[in-house]
Design a protein around this ligand. Structure first.
Ligand SMILES: [Zn+2]
Length: 302
């Protein structure tokens, strides 16, 4: 099933799937990759996170939060029909993401806020969709929330000459998935801490990208923390110093990851990252000077 639901306090959180599987090659994915260490953590990570060949199993999904009659979408995946060459796997995709959003009981018109943890290719795609050859906002009634730092960073990148794959894709992403919602007047830039609604709090979490932000849900005594790409895989809970190859500020990425894990361990917040395999979420506890995860399966969909 491509939609799951967790109850958090008086709210519901849905996972809206775009892709699930061996989406990345592990040796290229982690900046500090070591095959023996990865293999030694196979059992620790649980059965749904490493393939028999040692590739990480990843998900690309959005989180949809329903709280007090409002709907907040966290991250917009890769999106359909986008020119993403030279990323062949993500080029002109057609997935069932929109159907999955409907299965979560939500139409695009009903989304009140879209919050992007950062502006990488796999977090902003559904911000827009193709209509008569133009990129138009998928969620016309939503306010889109981006970090000011993040927006200015990618705007600066866009102004530079690029020839390498990741940077070329970054420019396309800015043009087809960020600028159209800015030009439609739907974007609110967020500086520092910000409350979207009562019980939904944005905080800066720099490192993976300069303007990465997290979103904390706090309702009826329960918490969940939406962490974007602060960590991509459960291995980084055990090894908080392991960065992905895509972390722009390595030292800050490590410090932020540890701070986020400490926060989850201290408060009991459910960690809801952007790319963990099944069951996609978990609580964190301290183990010596590192951390362990207790996965939390979704509740049955009613
Ligand atoms: Zn990502």
């Amino acid at each position: 099933m491509a939609v799951q639901r967790w109850g958090v306090g008086s709210s519901s959180v849905f996972r809206v799937e775009e892709l699930l599987g061996q989406l990345f090659e592990t040796r290229r994915f982690f900046a500090d990759y070591d095959a023996e260490i990865v293999e030694s953590l196979r059992e620790w990570a649980g059965p749904n996170h490493l393939s028999p060949e040692g590739n990480i199993i990843s998900s690309i999904h959005s989180w949809l939060i329903e709280i007090d009659g409002k709907r907040v979408l966290v991250d917009g995946c890769v999106g359909d029909a986008k020119d993403r060459m030279p990323f062949r796997d993500w080029h002109e995709m057609r997935t069932s993401w929109l159907d999955n959003l409907h299965a979560a009981g939500c139409t695009p018109d009903e989304v009140d806020f879209v919050m992007c943890t950062h502006l990488h290719v796999d977090h902003v795609g559904w911000n827009t969709r193709l209509e008569n050859g133009r990129w138009v906002p998928t969620f016309p009634n939503a306010r889109y929330l981006f970090s000011t730092t993040e927006y200015e960073y990618w705007k600066g990148q866009r102004a530079e000459e690029h020839t390498a794959g990741f940077e070329v894709v970054g420019d396309k992403v800015f043009d087809d998935s960020v600028l159209p919602v800015v030009e439609a007047g739907l974007v609110d830039l967020v500086d520092g801490e910000h409350d979207i609604l009562d019980g939904l709090h944005i905080e800066p979490a720099p490192g993976h990208t300069p303007g990465s932000i997290t979103l904390e849900l706090h309702t009826a005594g329960e918490r969940a923390l939406f962490t974007g790409d602060i960590m991509h895989h459960p291995i980084q809970i055990r090894l908080p110093d392991w960065n992905s190859a895509f972390c722009e500020l390595p030292d800050e990425a490590r410090a932020t990851r540890r701070r986020v894990l400490e926060h989850c361990a201290d408060t009991g917040a459910l960690l809801m990252p952007a790319h963990f395999g099944w069951p996609h979420a978990g609580t964190i506890r301290r183990e010596g000077d590192t951390f362990a995860v207790d996965y939390v399966e979704p509740n049955a969909l009613s």
